[in-house]
Design a protein around this ligand. Sequence first.
Ligand SMILES: NC(=O)c1ccc[n+]([C@@H]2O[C@H](COP(=O)([O-])OP(=O)(O)OC[C@H]3O[C@@H](n4cnc5c(N)ncnc54)[C@H](O)[C@@H]3O)[C@@H](O)[C@H]2O)c1
Length: 329
Amino acid sequence: MIDFSVLRQDFPKATKVALVTDSNVERLYGDATVRALEATGLRVERIVFPAGEASKTIETYAELVRGLAVLEFSRTDFAVGFGGGVVTDLTGFAAATYLRGIGWAAVPTTLLGMVDASVGGKTGADLPEGKNLVGAFWKPVRVLRDAAYLETLDERERMNGIAEMIKTAVLFDPTLFEALRTLAAACGEGGCPLPPADLIERCVAWKERIVAEDFREGGRRKLLNLGHTFGHAIEHASHFAVSHGEAVAMGMRLVGGKVPEIGALLDAFGFPVLSRDDPHYTAERLLAPLAHDKKRSGDTVTLVIPHAVGDCRLEDVRLEDLRFAANMV
Ligand SMILES: NC(=O)c1ccc[n+]([C@@H]2O[C@H](COP(=O)([O-])OP(=O)(O)OC[C@H]3O[C@@H](n4cnc5c(N)ncnc54)[C@H](O)[C@@H]3O)[C@@H](O)[C@H]2O)c1
């Protein structure tokens, strides 16, 4: 269990903390976490919403900020986002906008939350028109990670985080890539082992470094989209039957054709391969949404293309050339 006493130093004038979480995390860890926060001398208010991406809406966001208002939170009070990326994205967005900005801390409880969502200050909600279309850059004052939370995470959620760790290794870190190869060798019938805390911290450090260089994603931060442009298209084409991690893995395979080690590592972790014969995933179906991609500019899309592990480059690809970039010919 995390020691929350550091939050008293981070928020010295606070009298209240809103513990924002989802129904699953509440069931598993809610009471113990409230007690641990209360031990710091703060009054703890719980705000819980149903688990899942379907809750990442402006309606839930409105419930959060209205909840803070009803509870008379002041500018010196703060919120704790305690859960996966859905919880931390929403909590951060509520914190960014309530009273024009209050402080918040993130306590990620999923692997994806630890290595990705809680790092870098992107917060937000989905709109019916698309994912993450509303939000703010608003960094948590503190992120508290404890790998012990991952023990209760199911295999699919673990693999979502592993896919992001592989992405980090491919982008920046051949040594991490080797460590992940060793981890993959221990995968078996019962699934893959949890990555050790030092590998998690290594991924966090890479993302922090890139975000520090380019907070608003004008340049280098775009590298973090490796596998995601096609990954998002695959998720949509599958109507979300393919998980985020599987889709990112498939996206990395599509752009990673020049680097066979990438496919080999994804195989070792048991990530599925996109079936070219499946009518859901024809080049036409996958490429069409890219014409509406929010990262598109003019008639080109910026793709992240691996040339070697640790050498990935941003390349502007014309829409009509995308199928070549993704080896879909
Ligand atoms: N802000 C960013 O930079 C950023 C980056 C990547 C992803 N995201 C966002 O993160 C979201 C995905 O995050 P996620 O994969 O963590 O999903 P999630 O928050 O929906 O969590 C996945 C599931 O795991 C459950 N869960 C959480 N912790 C658990 C635990 N310790 N034990 C058992 N179950 C647990 C949750 O209740 C949920 O059902 C997406 O909305 C995505 O847009 C944001």
